[in-house]
Design a binder for this molecule. Structure first.
Ligand code: H79
Length: 434
């Protein structure tokens, strides 16, 4: 074979084309991106059949549960305390401005009234209610932006073929063909974008499931084009742990702040110029896990929110509702604490962007119009130096109480006297820029 043909063949087999080539976001989309950035704090909700087994959303895979047996959970799904108005009110009480809910997770069960498979909350459970619709109506009524999580992976369908890294022990015989599965996803996304009003974002997950099948193409371009055709403002965020592909409107980081890789998922991603988000759990699990009591403290959670803002990112904080349809009490306590803190400090978070000083050991900076907020999360010295060469300020005050803070401007930056820094959670100094 001539080298050039070989090269062409190689390219055809192994290159996965970038998604939605030549994508130009519309003005509404760009506006939605800025609105998203302004919202800063969202609540992630992982809820599905798995919640009943109270062992996390991966239980089907982790315990090698046969898919036909797992599916029988649907017959007993009756979350008697589910109340969409209550959930949205709880989200608001946390100070969150958007929520992202699992429309379908890797287990393949659709939590909405899909016509594309009977394996869904309306047709397969005695509950018989479309919780996504109820939530969408409440979100729109209460001014909370709605995002849908959508898994690309499916451990239930027989046309999820070739099988991926995960869900291999579900006892399925993969008889169907990939194009049928792709069409199913396209049809479901169409349902989600036509039946639930304005959707702020579709949040994909699972690209990594096919990373051992060489040359595999998710054909994301077609999914993305359809989403943008139906709702041009809708953001596409894909938790593929890679640098964003063409056609995406935001970038999410799993269990890490942008640029960090403590959880091990972010080794192959670089920070893009798209709106950023970091998603994290309150304890260690996404889906409800009865034995997981390792909740982060209120202080840790607030620090994470502040650090996300200082890193120019949103925080998407998870809750895994119980099988009865309520948020766990431990999660609610923490949401209320964050909400209470935000009532006081929201001005230094909402609508801000990361400040001019890169995140430091002592804390971070956020900025909005002519205000620069210095968040001291861990006081180190009496004098805090901000390396902002050439910046001059009109005033420096404590954010709470508006007491003057002494400062000195030198060519290389501003030195603040923070000997009075007290607040155990976040001591904020507000600088008014020239
Ligand atoms: O929905 C929640 C999780 O269920 C889902 N994403 C969040 C938001 C999630 N699934 N998996 N993960 C998160 C981590 C991925 C782990 C692995 Fe892999 C996938 C281990 C093996 C395959 C990616 C690829 C990491 C190592 C190889």
């Amino acid at each position: 074979m001539k080298p050039v043909y070989f090269l062409l063949l190689f390219l055809c087999v192994s290159v996965v084309l970038p998604a939605q080539k030549g994508y130009v976001p519309t003005t509404e989309n760009l506006r939605n991106r800025e609105d998203f950035r302004d919202r800063k704090f969202g609540v992630f909700i992982h809820w599905g059949l798995y919640s009943m087994l109270a062992d996390g959303e991966w239980v089907m895979n982790n315990k090698n549960l046969p898919y036909r047996e797992y599916a029988k959970l649907a017959g007993g799904f009756y979350p008697s305390k589910f109340d969409a108005a209550r959930w949205v009110a709880d989200v608001k009480a946390a100070g969150a401005k958007y929520l992202c809910i699992t429309s379908r997770h890797h287990d393949g069960f659709s939590m909405f009234d899909t016509k594309k498979s009977p394996y869904n909350i309306v047709d397969a459970t005695p509950f018989g209610r479309d919780i996504l619709k109820e939530l969408a109506d409440e979100c729109h009524r209460q001014g909370i932006r709605l995002h849908f999580y959508y898994s690309l992976v499916d451990w239930y369908r027989t046309d999820y073929n070739p099988v991926g890294r995960t869900g291999r022990e579900a006892s399925r015989t993969l008889t169907g063909e990939w194009p049928a599965y792709h069409q199913f996803m396209l049809d479901q996304l169409t349902e989600l974008l036509t039946g639930y009003g304005e959707i702020g974002a579709i949040w994909f997950d699972g690209v990594w499931d096919q990373d051992q099948n060489p040359g595999f193409d998710w054909r994301l371009d077609e999914l993305y084009a359809q989403i943008h055709r139906l709702q041009p403002a809708c953001m596409i965020i894909n938790n593929h742990h890679l640098t964003p592909f063409e056609g995406e409107d935001g970038q999410t980081f799993e269990r890490d702040l942008p640029g960090q890789n403590t959880a091990g998922y972010s080794a192959s991603s670089t920070i893009s110029s798209l709106p950023l988000e970091t998603c994290e759990t309150m304890n260690k699990s996404w889906g409800y896990r009865m034995t997981d009591t390792a909740y982060k403290s209120e202080k840790e959670l607030i620090h994470y929110l502040v650090k996300a803002a200082g890193n120019n990112a949103n925080l998407l904080m998870n809750v895994g509702p119980q099988p009865d349809g309520e948020f766990p009490a431990a999660a609610m306590e923490r949401f209320r604490a964050i909400g209470k803190w935000l009532e006081q400090y929201g001005e230094t978070i909402y609508g801000t962007r990361g400040g001019p000083v890169a995140p430091r050991h002592w804390g971070v900076t956020t900025q909005k119009a002519d205000r620069l907020y210095v968040h001291i999360l861990q006081k180190e010295d009496e004098v805090l130096f901000l390396p902002v060469p050439g910046k001059t300020i009109r005033s420096a005050k404590t954010f709470i109480g508006k007491k003057n803070v002494e400062y000195t401007v030198v060519p290389s930056g501003i030195a603040l006297n923070v000997s009075e820094a007290t607040d155990a959670i976040d001591f904020v100094v507000e600088l008014e820029l020239q």
